[in-house]
Design a protein around this ligand. Structure first.
Ligand SMILES: Cc1cc2nc3c(=O)[nH]c(=O)nc-3n(C[C@H](O)[C@H](O)[C@H](O)COP(=O)(O)OP(=O)(O)OC[C@H]3O[C@@H](n4cnc5c(N)ncnc54)[C@H](O)[C@@H]3O)c2cc1C
Length: 393
């Protein structure tokens, strides 16, 4: 995804300056990966999410090598070895290899119908298997796992979602709102197994059952793993670039090699790796400005708000979700299914959790981003943007 955005920036700034080649291990040009969950939920098609087809690359005079992986970088000779054994030379290399679904420490991950959810091909595998599936297990109660479980339920598959923690989206929601989310999704015919983990996938060749840490074994004919992501950083780290969890870049997306930059989920910036697209767009811009115009616009990390792509669920969260020491504003309307919590520290919003009614989310988020003193907006602030008088804003 970040390569697509970076190419847009390059073409807009100066389409003639570079002779560009894109190497893509997948069989497609840039596509909107975010929408894969919507394809599972029958709300989008593969054709509708392709952002740059082969004709786009041709018309912009950009080389595209589809279905080929970069295997090795020779930094001394400035060359890249591809999986068809061909070699490409570069003046400047941009690594944007993203990440992959993380493995889980369970036995028999190799069984057929145990599927990691990341690509168009994974989505095809899942959809093809739906017709033959009585029961599916989705592993991971984060955004991706919840969207996958919802998608499978929309396909008419009986789904159980397994999550290690005590409530869903435990990094983005507090226990109260996590349970509210669970209630709504249970009404969509999704079952939940919390505070448990997979010990082994069982079957001869394909998945037949799953054994859990709690000791239970249950029959499943498909399992989808969506527990987190691992940066595809080996290509850079093996070539000697600095980095720990991912490829280290400075504020201008420069790696430890002057001729190599990196952007997207494969990078590490100021101790952080990335898993949402919002910061990636700004990384693409920073890099394009530097290499096209030699202009230094530093990439700055910013808070990102969480939203879930499940219809019927309204949630919005940013910053801290739990507090021991800070001021807490909270309201709950059980009959309307509305819950709203703001965490305030030194008169500034440092955490937002909204469930059921998210209309004031962007308003609170702006106040948080701008570090605005909200003392004058109290006590009405918790009732939403409309409840705060215009003069006080
Ligand atoms: C189902 C799903 C839903 C999501 N929903 C959201 C959402 O709602 N909001 C949000 O902000 N984010 C969402 N994300 C995350 C978002 O998709 C990622 O942040 C984004 O795709 C990362 O972009 P990227 O370019 O760094 O990596 P990718 O999009 O993964 O692209 C990297 C590409 O590099 C290729 N590659 C890897 N290694 C090599 C190699 N050696 N040689 C050649 N090619 C290689 C990969 O095959 C891949 O095609 C979602 C992700 C998924 C899977």
């Amino acid at each position: 995804m970040v390569t697509g955005r970076f190419l847009d920036e390059l073409v807009a700034l100066d389409p003639e300056q570079f002779d560009i080649t894109v190497i893509s291990a997948e069989g497609f040009g840039s596509y909107n990966r975010i929408m894969l969950s919507s394809i599972l939920a029958k709300k989008a098609t593969v054709a509708s999410i392709i952002q740059k087809d082969e004709a786009w690359y041709q018309s912009n005079d950009i080389g595209l090598k589809l279905g080929l992986s970069a295997l090795k970088i020779d930094t001394e000779h400035k060359q890249v070895l591809l999986s068809d054994q061909s070699i490409i030379s570069y003046d400047h290399l941009v690594i944007a290899t993203g990440s992959r679904a993380s493995k889980i420490p369970a036995k028999n991950l190799h069984l057929e119908h145990v599927i990691f959810f990341r690509t168009i091909n994974d989505t095809h595998l899942i959809l093809n298997q739906c017709a033959n599936t009585q029961r599916a297990l989705v592993i991971g109660g984060g955004l991706l796992g919840l969207e996958a479980a919802y998608g499978l339920a929309q396909q008419g598959v009986k789904v159980t979602l397994l999550h290690r923690s005590g409530w869903l989206l435990n990094r983005q929601l507090d226990e109260k709102s996590g349970k509210m989310l669970q209630d709504i999704m249970q009404n969509m015919d999704i079952e939940f197994r919390l505070k448990d983990e997979v010990v082994s996938f069982n079957g001869e060749q394909s998945l037949e059952s799953v054994t859990f840490k709690s000791g239970d074994t249950e029959n499943f004919d498909m399992a989808i793993i969506a527990t987190g992501i691992t940066p595809n950083s080996e290509i850079g780290l093996d070539a000697g670039l600095e980095g720990n969890r991912a490829i280290l870049v400075d504020d201008y997306m420069q790696t430890s090699d002057d001729h190599i930059s990196a952007i997207g989920e494969c990078i590490e910036h100021d101790g952080q790796t990335f898993g949402l697209v919002d910061p990636l767009w700004r990384q693409a811009k920073t890099l394009a400005l530097r290499i096209v115009k030699d202009e230094k616009q530093a990439f700055i990390q910013q808070e990102v708000a969480t939203k879930l792509k499940v219809s019927g669920v309204q949630l919005y969260s940013a910053g801290q979700v739990e507090t021991k020491y800070n001021n807490l504003l909270c309201i709950e309307d059980q009959s309307a299914g509305v819950y709203r919590k703001l965490i305030i520290k030194s008169n500034k919003i440092v955490g937002i959790v909204l469930f059921g009614d998210v209309s004031s989310g962007p308003f609170y988020f702006d106040l948080m981003q701008q570090q605005q003193d909200v003392s004058k907006l109290l006590p009405n602030l918790i009732f939403g943007e409309q409840a705060v008088s215009v003069e006080d804003k």
